[in-house]
Design a protein. Structure first.
Lengths: 499, 254
């Protein structure tokens, strides 16, 4: 006898989101607007003076300035990496601003003091900067937000409430001043100053970002989130995020990024460091939607990012989930160092490229401890004239007895002018390690399109539906709020990719 | 005379250099069920694809009117919105898209195109439940990705479920009986028969007479070499079963 269940909430929401995706109007990059804000800038270009200026503006202690200057000196001796499958004209590092701050953002004491123009901008972006009261009797999901515009954090919500549990959530600038011991202990401990060209540059000039510390045994009661926005022209964004989950702690963290549509390229070079101590778990999700450039490949953000998590303690777990739809160039490999025994790392990725976008992204899973496990699921979707490369490294150290990895890389091509590439590096120095790698490349078939259209879906609706099906395994790992946004994003990013 | 639901006039179709349909003439009045019988390769499936608007086929001559409107210039999705439905001989897999999700997307796409509001989730659930019950389609099947790993019978039942939900006025069933055992054939046929009505016409394409024992047609057309060579009542199917297609080819040749 057939039985019909009322669908669970999750399923209903899934259906609902597809509905919303399908109901979307034709709109291109909808975050391309610019907000007029009065700003204060550092002099153009990069020099010791500019670094001193940034440090001074941030009221940093001497040790921090020394750290920056040391990084700058190292950076001057380094060369830009060229191994990625991306092509772009040489970046002129003297032709941009390294510091731009909305004038009104001088550390508001409460949300009431935040410039209304800023609040309005974030509202337009769909980021809640109000600590909304809970409706009587109705539990609403709450998200604590740190909002970073250009070079500074303008607001952080729910701080007081989180503080009661011992959770520190603030901008990294504040953390440097107020929690110097924690910052000194962990900053650069996962991504060393000299790690790579862009990470070293970031170490010299980083301006803001989020800092989060979850104390022993605390499960963070809400999603933490940082929302990055590049607003000013000719301004690079160099944010630095440091997230520490102490023994037995848990935190889920979301990151969102947008930028106005501009003709020139903007540089974004961030560093994110995660530390998970014994039995701790960090779930880090990103929806990267920087301006991808226009349909002719003009403008767009150059996104050179170093993200790394250190499973420092036994039984710790770090999980990266990323949705990459924006940027002219993406160069990004969120990685896990599986140091603690039995620790585990995960990487779930959806990377969509359209127009003339170039994506070179993947992960590194470095197995150092015993019985460490990692799992990689990557879904690359290439359309238009874009190039989409998965680059991943899985390695097992001689001591990593019983290390296990499973990797699945699927690529989907839309049209015949785009490219998908898979470049896995697998190294095992341990006979007991078991690494599995599966890869597929497929195209949306004409038969699938015809079938969907015969049921009444337009060409673009059909593509959005098929692609959403293709990325489903990864979508499921996103927090609910992001799942909705992501499904919308997918259909928007692929607009104009067929026909 | 009222406008027929489907009228095909002198339809010529080729793929590359080969002419597959060579002057098809066919009229299906409103509310009637017509069968097209013909051997493999006679052009039956091509006809169904051309009616639904698949690319790769070149129409060199002729017209197809759906309820009086020429549809040959329309996109497949617009034909669907206009009320044309094709139950595929080989339904296509859509990995990762739950059957339920697909049904709702299709239904809402059609509603949107007609300027109607989207269906509410409770109304949708009820519609699926009602339509699914007769076809023995349970909640588990609706959660699975459409057609992925479906048995032959499941695929055909899912096609008829879509037909029931989308409420088309012109249904084309392409070899709906292929791959079905006798029990599944009964379930599917009952599902189709339940959808018969004065405002809905059907064109049932098959090369076995057995399907027509379950879905009894008003008119049977014999298809050969890219055109209709004979039309008659439901007994024509039996006659065909008796003497085979060869007999008709000879008559035509004579």
């Amino acid at each position: 006898m057939a039985r019909y269940d009322i669908p669970t909430l999750k399923e209903e929401i899934e259906d609902d989101t597809v509905e919303k995706v399908l109901a979307l109007d034709v709109e291109n990059y909808k975050y391309g607007f610019e907000t007029k804000l009065e700003v204060e800038r550092a002099p153009k270009g990069l020099s010791e003076e500019v670094i001193r200026f940034i440090s001074m503006k941030k009221e940093e202690p001497e040790w921090m300035l020394e750290w920056r200057l040391d990084a700058y000196k190292r950076w001057l001796t380094m060369d830009e990496p060229t191994w990625a499958k991306v092509h772009y004209p040489k970046i002129d590092f003297q032709d941009m601003y390294y510091y731009a701050a909305p004038k009104s953002s001088n550390r508001p004491k409460s949300l009431d003091e935040v410039d209304p123009a800023l609040l309005e901008m974030y509202e337009k972006l769909g980021v809640p900067l109000k600590e909304r009261e809970l409706l009587a009797g109705v539990e609403q999901p709450r998200v604590a937000v740190d909002a970073v515009i250009d070079s500074v954090s303008v607001a952080t919500t729910f701080r007081a409430e989180l503080n009661k549990m011992g959770i520190i959530f603030c901008s990294i600038s504040e953390a440097i001043r107020e929690y110097p011991d924690l910052v000194k202990q962990y900053l650069g401990s996962v991504v060393p100053v000299s790690d790579n060209y862009y990470a070293t540059l970031n170490s010299a000039v980083f301006t803001d970002g989020s800092f989060c510390y979850i104390p022993k045994g605390v499960r963070c009661p809400m999603e933490l989130s940082t929302y990055f926005r590049i607003n000013e022209a000719k301004t690079g964004q160099f944010e630095r995020t440091l997230l520490i989950a102490d023994e037995g702690a848990y935190v889920s963290y979301l990151e969102g990024c947008t930028a106005p549509a501009r003709n020139e390229h903007q540089l974004h070079a961030a560093v994110v460091e995660l530390v998970a101590m014994k039995d701790a778990e960090i779930k880090y999700s990103t929806v990267q939607n920087w301006f991808p450039g226009d349909k002719d490949g003009k403008g767009g953000v150059y996104n050179f990012v170093t993200k790394r998590g250190d499973c420092r303690g036994d039984n710790s777990k770090i999980s990266w989930t990323q949705v990459e739809t924006g940027s002219a160039i993406t160069w990004k490999y969120p990685s896990c160092i599986l140091r603690g025994d039995n620790s585990s790392g995960e990487f779930y990725s959806i990377a969509i490229s359209n127009g003339y976008q170039q994506v070179d992204s993947g992960t590194k899973m470095l197995h150092l401890g015993k019985n460490t496990t990692s799992r990689i699921i990557s879904k690359g979707i290439a359309a238009g004239f874009s190039d989409n490369t998965y680059r991943g490294q899985v390695s097992a150290h001689a001591k990593a007895k019983g290390a296990r990895n499973f990797t699945q890389c699927d690529s989907l091509l839309i049209g015949d002018k785009c490219g998908a590439h898979t470049v896995p590096y697998i190294e095992s120095r341990n006979a007991s390690a078991v690494f599995e790698h599966e890869a597929t490349t497929s195209k949306i078939s004409d038969d699938q399109m015809f079938y969907c259209m015969q049921r009444g879906l337009s060409e673009e609706e059909a593509v959005a539906l098929i692609v959403n099906g293709f990325v489903r395994d990864v979508l499921q790992h996103l927090p609910m709020e992001f799942m909705v946004e992501t499904q919308k994003l997918i259909s928007i990013s692929l607009e104009g990719s067929v026909g | 005379m009222t406008t027929p639901m489907l009228e095909i006039r002198n339809l010529h179709v080729r793929i590359e250099e080969r002419e597959i349909l060579r002057g098809v003439n066919l009229i299906v009045p409103k509310g009637e069920v017509h069968a097209i019988m013909g051997r493999n390769g006679s052009g039956k499936s091509t006809l169904s694809y051309v009616l639904a608007g698949k690319e790769d086929y070149e129409v060199t001559e002729g017209e197809v009117l759906l309820d009086g409107v020429n549809i040959l210039e329309m996109e497949p999705s617009d034909r669907a919105v206009a009320g044309l439905f094709l139950a595929f001989q080989y339904p296509i897999e859509i990995p990762g898209v739950a059957t339920m999700t697909f049904l709702k997307a299709a239904l809402n796409a059609q509603r949107k195109a007609r300027g109607e509001s989207e269906i509410s989730t409770p109304d949708f659930m009820k519609a699926v439940r009602d339509a699914g019950k007769a076809l023995h389609i349970d909640a588990d099947m609706l959660k699975r990705a459409l057609n992925v790993g479906f048995s032959g019978g499941e695929k055909k039942r899912a096609e008829i479920l879509q037909m029931a939900l989308l409420k088309p006025k012109m249904c084309i069933l392409d070899e709906t009986d292929s791959g079905l055992d006798i029990d599944a054939l009964k379930v599917v046929s009952d599902g189709v028969n339940a959808l018969r009505g004065p405002d809905r016409s059907m064109l049932v394409i098959t090369h076995y007479q057995r399907l027509l024992n379950h879905i009894v047609p008003d008119v049977v057309h014999v298809f050969s070499d890219g055109r209709v060579v004979e039309s008659g009542g439901k007994d024509l199917a039996l006659e065909l079963e008796g003497k085979g297609y060869a007999g008709f080819d000879e008559e035509k040749a004579a």
